[in-house]
Design a protein around this ligand. Structure first.
Ligand code: HEC
Ligand code: HEC
Length: 395
């Protein structure tokens, strides 16, 4: 009897310890995969090969340094270097280009040419030049995407769908000029659901978004995107027939399901950035200016907790100047998901394509549904504007 009790006690005590250490082991293994530098196939070890054949970077971390926002450099003539800013390709209903696919790959394995270079146009938008395989389709548009911070992103997955649906006001019934729509999409399991990740909320989950990143950014096949040649189209023969890194150890893929699970575990556990509010009245100015209509300061999670991410995860029409003409799910070319503003203190470039060099500039680009708030901001006294900007720089 006594022995039984002791065994029971040891057993009960050891459960939380074991699961806690298994959790931190998963996080560490996930981080190692996130940081891993992939190599082209064939390589001496099949655990790290399969990169490309066309790709944008060799690791997740090179675009999301320490899980944070992407970085890039821009020359005076608009040429972009650095990995954190990519060029998305598509038409108004989100179909990729018949030649270039859905993303401009700026690198290729040996023997394969990059698809082109990234360049900033005078109107602030991002485009592609020096296209390697001739002109793109007439309906194809190009647009920039700055790698977002992944810190705290797991919490956004836990904002309840009911709340997001309740915030949507597609017909602007309350007449405040702000509508907000859900991006209604199909997830990778074929279930109709709401999108919440990516600049147009085109992905339903961190799993789907990570699978797309592996496929499009790194050229690695996985359970969602099973082709080993990434974003190479039917016209890109040499790329489609290049060696791949698929292995029976990984279910004939380059990234097996256990690797996927670990990557998603790591990403979803990255802690949100810590705010350093230095301006106590900032939130009042923020709300009174109309910013909080989209950048919601407090979001309820399914478990009853709240987070301060400053988003509603909805799509808003931001007007012609920010539009890139590329659709995504049910999002139009001028609609963007309200980006979370937490982590702004670490940012140096802003907006979906990093066109704005300051928070003030980012606000000045707001149009469409956000025009009223932008106008209210420009009419604030200099002191009130400073108060608001200081508050944002402390997020
Ligand atoms: C070449 C650069 C690049 C690489 C490599 C890259 N990403 Fe990203 N990532 C981006 C960009 C750009 C975006 C923004 C996409 C958009 O705006 O639609 C993004 C967005 C994301 C998001 C959604 C963020 C949000 O705010 O909704 C997740 C999650 C993510 N990446 C995970 C990963 C993972 C996991 C890997 C590695 C498997 C990875 N990324 C590799 C550039 C990259
Ligand atoms: C109608 C909804 C809406 C309102 C109102 C609004 N925003 Fe935004 N905000 C957005 C969307 C959508 C974007 C993304 C646009 C893009 O990337 O092209 C954005 C982007 C931003 C960014 C850049 C974030 C980043 O990560 O680069 C900042 C900063 C910002 N808003 C601050 C404000 C402030 C301050 C106000 C009030 C003056 C405001 N916004 C009002 C929807 C809104």
């Amino acid at each position: 009897m006594k022995l039984h009790l002791i065994i029971l006690a040891v057993f009960t005590l050891s459960i939380p310890t074991v699961s806690a250490s298994a959790k931190s082991l998963d996080f560490a293994l996930g981080k190692a995969l996130f940081d891993r530098i992939w190599t082209p196939a064939p390589a001496s070890t099949d655990a790290t090969d399969g990169l490309g054949p066309l790709f944008n970077a060799r690791s997740c971390v090179s675009c999301h340094p320490a899980g944070g926002r992407g970085q890039f450099k821009e020359s005076i003539n608009g040429d972009i270097s650095g990995l954190g800013l990519i060029v998305r390709i598509g038409n108004s209903i989100g179909e990729g280009d018949p030649t270039y696919g859905i993303q401009l790959q700026t690198h290729g394995v040996q023997g394969l040419r990059a698809e082109g270079i990234r360049t900033r146009k005078e109107d602030g938008s991002l485009s592609a030049e020096n296209l390697a395989f001739g002109p793109a389709d007439a309906g194809t548009k190009f647009g920039g995407r700055l790698a977002t911070t992944l810190q705290g992103i797991g919490l956004l997955e836990r904002v309840s769908e009911t709340s997001i649906r309740a915030w949507a006001d597609p017909d602007d019934t309350d007449n405040d000029g702000v509508s907000g729509r859900i991006n209604s999409i199909m997830n990778s399991q074929g279930v109709k659901t709401i999108g919440r990740f990516g600049s147009k909320a085109g992905k339903a989950s961190l799993y789907d978004q990570s699978a797309a990143a592996l496929h499009t950014d790194l050229g690695l096949s996985n359970s969602v995107h099973r082709e080993h040649f990434g974003d190479c189209t039917e016209t890109q023969n040499k790329c489609r027939t290049a060696p791949n890194g698929a292995s029976t150890r990984f279910e004939n893929l380059e990234i097996g399901s256990e690797m996927m699970r670990l990557i998603v575990t790591y990403v979803s556990r990255l802690k949100p950035p810590k705010p350093t509010h230095n301006e106590v009245d900032g939130l009042t100015v923020f709300t009174e200016t109309g910013c909080a209509a989209c950048h919601r300061p407090s979001l309820p999670l399914s478990d009853g907790k709240t987070i301060s991410a400053y988003t509603d995860l909805l799509l808003h029409d931001m007007g012609a100047e920010l539009a890139d003409g590329i659709g995504d799910g049910s999002a139009s070319g001028s609609e963007w998901r309200t980006p979370p503003l937490w982590g702004l203190s670490k940012a140096t470039r802003y907006l979906h394509d990093g066109r704005a060099k300051s928070v003030r500039e980012a606000i000045e680009w707001h149009g469409g549904e956000a025009k009223r708030a932008k106008n209210t901001f420009t009419k604030l006294s200099e002191q009130q504007q400073k108060r608001l900007l200081n508050y944002l720089k402390g997020l």
